[in-house]
Ligand binder design. Sequence first.
Ligand SMILES: Cc1cc2nc3c(=O)[nH]c(=O)nc-3n(C[C@H](O)[C@H](O)[C@H](O)COP(=O)(O)OP(=O)(O)OC[C@H]3O[C@@H](n4cnc5c(N)ncnc54)[C@H](O)[C@@H]3O)c2cc1C
Length: 463
Amino acid sequence: MRHGRPIGPSVMSWARSEVSHAGRGRDRGGNVPPMPALLSDDYEERCLWQSQVTPPMATHDSLPAEADVVVVGAGLCGLAAADTFARAGRSVVVLEREPLCWGASSRNGGMVIPELKAGPLTLERRYGPVGRRMHHEILEAYEYVRGLATGADGTDPVACSWDEPGMLLVAHSTRHVDRVRGLVEELTSIGESAHVVERNDLHNEIGSDAFVAGAVVDKTGSVQPAALHAGLAVRAMAAGSSVHDRTALRSLERRTGGHDVVTTRGVVRAAKVVLATNAAVDRTVPQLERRVLPVGSYIIATEVLPEALAASILPTGRMVFDTRNFLAYWRLTPDGRLAYGGRRNMDPTDVADARDFLYDQMVAVHPQLAGVQVTHAWGGNVAMTLDRLPHIGQIEGAWYATGCNGSGVALNTWLGHRLAAALCGDVPFPACAELRHRSLPFHSARSAYLPLVGRYLSLEDAR
Ligand SMILES: Cc1cc2nc3c(=O)[nH]c(=O)nc-3n(C[C@H](O)[C@H](O)[C@H](O)COP(=O)(O)OP(=O)(O)OC[C@H]3O[C@@H](n4cnc5c(N)ncnc54)[C@H](O)[C@@H]3O)c2cc1C
């Protein structure tokens, strides 16, 4: 097995903390491990997207002693914040613990989905006017990323293979058909374009007999995520941000008028601090770490498929999800492969184990892919919150934006942008700043109880 770009320290330790299933007996959940995936000769345990994009060089100068703003984390959220601050004339320093463009923002499925795990009416029922605003803002988030990718915002477009194929949500059991119909009803009631696809018509959307109904939501985009991430880094630096990778936040020391930001390469005195660490949050700010649960998600990419085979799988080229708790998500890539993502349960795992599971599931859903080889497999973490909503808040005077809950390409990019604009005094804070952000219960014991939660969710999925 070849390895490409070296795996950075944080994912190494994350992978080590999860036990591997090298023995391939029955696992702790009683599941029979899947047959090994069919691998190409040049298979790499590496992110496909990252193998196709050269990341930009980070700023070489030494760390400035002072800045108006220090942003911690150079993912989509941190870079969008930096870009917005810099365009508003603020001096900005971005700290990134890993090599630039290494993390989740380059490793995701590239699905640009304006969703908050509940439809607009449900959000309003649960949260009143804040819920209504949150739905409007997720649509704004989508338009923001569309603007970046297409130049519709009047700036140079970030080249990232932007397309707008729509999303297909497929019900994996009859128990979930109401959910699919409910989503369509909620979206169409506020004028969004969506429709139900009945079982007999599903073959027009997907080459699979595994599903009983579907919903198409037209407002969904797709990108090559590493290209979007790299392009946003270039844009933020061109606007004047100084971006320092391999430079970690060590501690924040509050002082009059701001913070001393202590890093592995020196101290920056900042008037404002924005923590944009999402699932990559570490123990530097324990109050934030306790509010976010990092959960691994994995993706395999096949070899480039013959055109007819690709069209037989996803004739409309939509971004696809199923309705499981441990949902699968899949799409065709701009170069004609299938990227298939998900995870089996909450048990400890590693990329090889997840890859075999995903391959098995992919072939069960699309039997026409039997014999197709996997060229890449990788993983990363998503940031779950207790209420499955994003949050903006303050800890010891430092601002943070977090909680993608699996869908942060539109959401977190916009949260970074909008938090920065609000801190410049130009616009109100996003509605999610009004939600209470609760810590996860029994946070330090999570490795003991999460597999049990996973077991319960898997049982539900099997019904
Ligand atoms: C496998 C996978 C598939 C996904 N698929 C999709 C998808 O299809 N669509 C979608 O919308 N979302 C998807 N997501 C989620 C999406 O990738 C994230 O929501 C998004 O990238 C979050 O961006 P961010 O900038 O908030 O966080 P990140 O990109 O995680 O950036 C946070 C950064 O903070 C840095 N950091 C942390 N601590 C420190 C410190 N102490 N000092 C300095 N730097 C620090 C980290 O190194 C990291 O680079 C997926 C995620 C994964 C892992």
